[in-house]
Design a protein around this ligand. Structure first.
Ligand code: ME8
Length: 522
C-alpha cells in the first residue's frame, strides 16, 4: 500500500506480462511468487484484491521465433502461454486473471487508449529512423550503441544487436510530458520504488525526453492501429495497456472497473523506464488516473552470473519445484534477497535455508510441541495456568507480528517480513529449550501445560502470518492446530481468538521435511 492509499480501497496488483518467446525461467517465477505473496497478504488483511499476470504476445520477436519454429504466431503463443500459466499454477499463485494480449477485450482496450491519445493531439505521423533492437523491441540513439567484436552494432545498455531501421510511423509527444512527469515524481516520491530506481528515472527524464515511436509497418503481428491500416502498435503500447484491460476498460460499468487506478505494478528493474515514464505519460494523455505505485525488483542470478540461454544456466522453475517443493522455493526466493536488490540462486544455499529455517526452526518446533501434546495432554490444546514473564514476552512478540509486518509490507520489504516472523520462531525455540517442558511432565504438569500452550499459541500466530509466503505449510500448521478455515485471516491474530484449552487436535504430522541430498547432487 502506498502512503496515499486507504486500507479499504480496492487493490489491483499486477506482474509484468512475460514474453513467451522462450520458456519461463526463475526470474518469471520470482516475480509471480513475490506478487502472489503481496496479494495474499492484502487479501488476508481484508482487502478487495485483484491480482493479474499474463503473457505479452505480440511483436517482431515473437513473429520471428514462431517462423523459425515453423508455426503461426498464434499457434506458437497459444502453446507458450499455456506453459507460463502452468508455472504460475504450479507455484501456487492465486492470480484472478491470466491476461493474454491476443485476447479480444485487450485489443479493444488498447485501441481505445490509442484513440484517446490521438484525440488529445498527442499522436502524429512522422518518418522515424534509428538503431533498432529486435530483442528489446526498442530504438536506440547512435550514442547508445557500440560496435561489437563481430563488426555489428549493439545496444550498450542491453548488449543486444541493433540494425538501422527507417519507417514511417506514428509518434507520441512524449516530450510534452517531461514537466508533468517530473512534477509527479516530486509530489509523489513513492510512485516508484526502490528509491535508487526513482533517482535513475528522474534523471533520465530531466535529461530530456524525445517523442516515442508508437507504430510499426514492417510486420503485422500486433494490435492494429485504429483507422490507420498497415500500422500495428509498438508492442510496449499494447503491453502496458494490459493493466487497464483487466479492469474492463473502457467500460465504466465493468465488474472490475473499481480496480483502476492500479495500486501496485510489480516489475523487474530492467523495465522501469517503460512503466515509470511511458505508462504515466500515456495515461495522462488519455486523461486516465495513474497507478499509485510501481516497484522494480532485482534480478535473480545463478551464482552471480546473469541467467541466459547462451550461458546454459537457465533454471526451469518446474525442475526447481520438483526437487525442493513449492513452499521451500517460494520461501527461498523471498527470503534470500531484499526485494528490490539482486539475489543469488545456488543449490547449497537453498538446501541450507530449507533445513535450517523450515525443517529445524519451524517444522521441528511444531512437531515436538504437538507430539508432546498428543502424548501428554490427551491430544487436546492444554489449559494454561497463570503466565510468567517469559510466557508473556513470547506471546507479546508473536502478537506484535501483524502490525510489524503491515509496516514492512508498506515498504514491500518481503525478506524483512520473513526475518521478523522467523525471529519469533527463534524466540519460541529458545523458550521451549529453556523451559524444558519434557522435564515438567513429572515435576509440574500444570506448568508443562502452560509452556505447551504458549508454544502452540505462538505457532498459531506464526501460522497465520506465514500463509502468504508458504501457503501449503501455513495451512498444514493451522490444520494441526485445529484453527477453522474461516478463522485464518489477519483479523484473527488477536488475543481474543487464542486457542481454547480442550480443543481436540489432529494427530501431528511433519510440515517441512528435511531435504536430504540425493546421491546425484552430492
Ligand atoms: O519484459 N530475475 O517480459 P520478460 C528477476 N514483456 N526478474 C527477471 C529476470 C531475472 N533474472 N529476468 C526477467 C518483459 N525478469 C515484457 C514486460 S509488462 C507490460 C511487459 C523480469 O518476459 C523482468 O524484469 O522479458 C520482467 O518484469 C518480467 O521478468 C518479465 O520479463
Amino acid at each position: 500500500m502506498s502512503a496515499s492509499e486507504k486500507a479499504n480501497e480496492p487493490f489491483l496488483i499486477t506482474t509484468a506480462i512475460s514474453y513467451p518467446n522462450g520458456a519461463p525461467h526463475i526470474g518469471h517465477a520470482y516475480e509471480v511468487i513475490a506478487t502472489d505473496a503481496i496479494a495474499r497478504f492484502h487479501r488476508l488483511d481484508g482487502r478487495d484484491v485483484l491480482f493479474t499476470t499474463g503473457t505479452d504476445e505480440h511483436g517482431l520477436k515473437i513473429q520471428q521465433t514462431a517462423a523459425k519454429a515453423g508455426v503461426t504466431p498464434r499457434a506458437f503463443v497459444d502453446d507458450m502461454a499455456g506453459r507460463f500459466k502452468a508455472v504460475a499454477d504450479r507455484l501456487d499463485c492465486t492470480y484472478d486473471r491470466f491476461i493474454r494480449t491476443t485476447e479480444a477485450d485487450h485489443y479493444a482496450a488498447a485501441q481505445e487508449l490509442w484513440r484517446r491519445m490521438e484525440a488529445k493531439g498527442d499522436i502524429y505521423l512522422a518518418k522515424y529512423a534509428g538503431w533498432y533492437s529486435v530483442r528489446d523491441e526498442a530504438y536506440y540513439d547512435e550514442a547508445e550503441t557500440v560496435l561489437g567484436p563481430d563488426g555489428g552494432r549493439r545496444s550498450i545498455k542491453t548488449d543486444t544487436p541493433v540494425e538501422w531501421m527507417e519507417e514511417e510511423n506514428y509518434l507520441f509527444r512524449l516530450s510534452k510530458y517531461q514537466e508533468p512527469l517530473l512534477k509527479l515524481y516530486a509530489e509523489q516520491p513513492d510512485f516508484l520504488g526502490p528509491e535508487t530506481r526513482m533517482n535513475e528515472v528522474a534523471s533520465f527524464v530531466r535529461s530530456g525526453l524525445k517523442d516515442l515511436s508508437m507504430s510499426r509497418t514492417t510486420f503485422d503481428w500486433g494490435v492494429p492501429v485504429p483507422d490507420h491500416p498497415g500500422h500495428v502498435m509498438y508492442v510496449w503500447v499494447d503491453a502496458l495497456t494490459n493493466y487497464l484491460t483487466v479492469t474492463g476498460f473502457p467500460d465504466p460499468a465493468a465488474p472490475n472497473a473499481r480496480f483502476w487506478p492500479a495500486s501496485l505494478h510489480i516489475i523487474g528493474k530492467d523495465i522501469v523506464r517503460f512503466h515509470a515514464v511511458y505508462w504515466p505519460a500515456f495515461l495522462m494523455s488519455a486523461g486516465l488516473p495513474l497507478p499509485k505505485r510501481i516497484f522494480g525488483h532485482g534480478f535473480f542470478l545463478s551464482r552471480g552470473e546473469k541467467i541466459s540461454k547462451s550461458l546454459g544456466n537457465v533454471v526451469d522453475p518446474l525442475d526447481l519445484v520438483g526437487t525442493y517443493g513449492v513452499d521451500p522455493v517460494r520461501y527461498f526466493l523471498l527470503r534470500e534477497a531484499p526485494f528490490g536488490g539482486d539475489g543469488n540462486y545456488d543449490h547449497e544455499v537453498i538446501i541450507n535455508r530449507i533445513n535450517a529455517d523450515l525443517a529445524n526452526d519451524l517444522g521441528n518446533l511444531a512437531q515436538r510441541s504437538l507430539s508432546m501434546i498428543a502424548k501428554n495432554c490427551e491430544g487436546m490444546v492444554p489449559e494454561p495456568g497463570t503466565f510468567t514473564e517469559a510466557d508473556e514476552r513470547l506471546l507479546a512478540a508473536a502478537a506484535a507480528l501483524p502490525d510489524k509486518t503491515r509496516g514492512l509490507m508498506q515498504n514491500l520489504a518481503l525478506h524483512a517480513i520473513l526475518a521478523e516472523i522467523w525471529a519469533v520462531v527463534g524466540e519460541a525455540n529458545r523458550y521451549f529449550a529453556s523451559e524444558e517442558p519434557w522435564k515438567l511432565r513429572k515435576s509440574d504438569p500444570a506448568r508443562m501445560n502452560t509452556v505447551l500452550y504458549v508454544t502452540v499459541e505462538t505457532l498459531r500466530r506464526v501460522g497465520l502470518m506465514v500463509q502468504p509466503f508458504v501457503p501449503t505449510a501455513g495451512a498444514a500448521l493451522l490444520d494441526l492446530l485445529a484453527v477453522p478455515v474461516d478463522r485464518r485471516s489477519f483479523a484473527f491474530t488477536g488475543e481474543e481468538h487464542r486457542l481454547r484449552g480442550g480443543t481436540p487436535l489432529p494427530a501431528p504430522a511433519p510440515i517441512f521435511p528435511r531435504f536430504e541430498k540425493p546421491e546425484a547432487m552430492a
